[in-house]
Write a protein that binds this ligand. Structure first.
Ligand code: SF4
Length: 417
């Protein structure tokens, strides 16, 4: 479709801001995220947060955040920063992006204390996302989590009582879990009065203690069939409790969807700060970022979208270098790849993708797109809607097949920055 009708405006700004806090009190047995175990007394956490605040000011100064509507502090364990440091960071995000409607902060039950919750609310957070994972003590211990079920329940109840929107994360297909224990965790989570629940199957990643322990075993509690059954079981319990499944892993009461995650799944540009933080920028937003990150190269004319990752180690970031001294890696996507990516992301949502995106794909990929969608429909993986398409239940369970078919519409090799 080069030179033709574009399905997405080049905005020159981002809709969402992500801030990464890479600290945890202890590494969980399954975790391969960008996080490091340290103590709450580690003074470098304060230096790191000060540096992030400086970078937020730089991003605001170059105009990148002027249309920013959602913010998210993720990790790692942001609640481990403690009340004062976390509040300072949240206020800095509010100052940098005054138009924000939603500001989520992640926390874990062992550090999301009443003081931290109150400080987050006073500093402008609207939403807390709590890493509960299970409400069964044996399962929590097997995962290497620091909290027990009683502590998790107390934390979530305090968060709900604060008046903030609250989401909890739960994990299935984990060691020691049975259908009964999973049903009991789901029912107990529904009783906590939260508006949002996310559910994920455990992924056994090489290089993690759990991944390495079971690498040759193919443990029966984690096979694909169990994962699919437990996700189905979750869907039944949570929908019966009045939540609706709006994304493959996300359930919400009416009006309580996570706007930040919706932005990711609908291809809204976003910028991330902190070690390992990802950004997804259109040409206009990238050029704005280059005003402060002057080390970033100019883009060739064919590039439609840039994916960046902040590679500087957290210790380096804590030394407070300006944006133009940070290391980034990146991928450059052409128009076809950006459109294929938007199709894939949209098919994570229960509503799928609409007429505008399907129309753009028909124009860009022609018969190949029509054949691909026909094939997916014949296999029962997608259903056609009014001009658009959405994933079926089977399509959600076999998501990688749907995503693979849509991605294969675009040239496969992605250029590096
Ligand atoms: S709390 Fe989260 S980020 Fe930290 S080690 Fe556990 S799973 Fe990883």
């Amino acid at each position: 479709m080069s030179g033709g009708w574009c399905w997405r405006e080049v905005t020159g700004a981002v809709g969402s801001l992500y801030v990464h806090i890479p600290f945890c009190a202890r590494k969980c047995g399954y975790c391969d995220f960008a996080s490091w175990a340290t103590s709450v007394t580690d003074g470098r956490m304060g230096d790191y947060v000060r540096a992030l605040r400086w970078q937020l000011d730089e991003l605001a100064g170059c105009g990148l955040l002027e249309d920013c509507r959602t913010g998210y502090v993720g990790g790692g364990t942001p609640s481990m920063l403690g009340a004062t440091r976390l509040a300072g960071l949240l206020r800095a995000m509010r100052r940098a992006a005054p138009g924000m409607r939603e500001l989520t902060c992640e926390g874990n039950p062992d550090s999301l204390t009443a003081d931290v919750i109150a400080a987050a609310a006073a500093a402008g957070a609207t939403r807390l996302s709590i890493g509960v994972q299970s409400l069964d003590d044996a399962e929590l211990e097997a995962l290497g989590r620091l909290h027990d079920a009683r502590q998790a329940v107390g934390c979530v109840r305090a968060a709900v009582a604060s008046g903030l929107d609250v989401s909890v994360d739960l994990m299935c297909a984990i060691p020691d879990q049975t259908n009964e224990s999973w049903a009991s965790t789901l029912a107990a989570a529904c009783d906590l009065g939260v508006g949002h629940i996310s559910v994920y199957p455990l992924q056994l990643e090489p290089g993690t203690p759990l991944g390495d322990r079971y690498k040759d075993d193919d443990p029966p509690w984690n096979d694909e069939g169990v994962q699919a059954d437990r996700m189905e079981q979750a869907s039944g319990v949570l929908c019966d409790a009045g939540l609706s499944r709006y994304e493959v892993a996300s359930y919400a009461l009416p009006g309580r969807r996570c706007l930040h995650n919706m932005a990711y799944w609908t291809g809204v540009p976003y910028v991330g700060v902190g070690h390992g933080a990802a950004s997804m920028l259109d040409r206009g937003a990238y050029h704005k970022l280059r005003r402060v990150a002057t080390q970033l190269p100019a883009l060739p004319g064919w590039v439609q979208r840039v994916r960046l990752r902040m590679e500087s180690p957290w210790e380096g970031i804590a030394l407070a270098p300006p944006m133009n001294e940070l290391d980034f890696s990146g991928e450059l996507l052409c128009e076809e790849q950006a459109l294929a990516e938007d199709l894939m992301l949209g098919m994570r949502l229960s509503r799928g993708v609409g007429e505008r995106l399907v129309g753009a794909a028909t124009l860009m990929f022609g018969d190949e797109f029509v054949r691909t969608v026909d094939g997916l429909e014949r296999r029962g993986l997608v259903a056609l809607t009014d001009g658009g398409m959405r994933p079926t239940q089977t399509g959600w369970l076999l998501g990688n097949e749907v995503f693979g078919a849509l991605w294969s519409l675009a040239p496969s090799s992605v250029a590096s920055l």
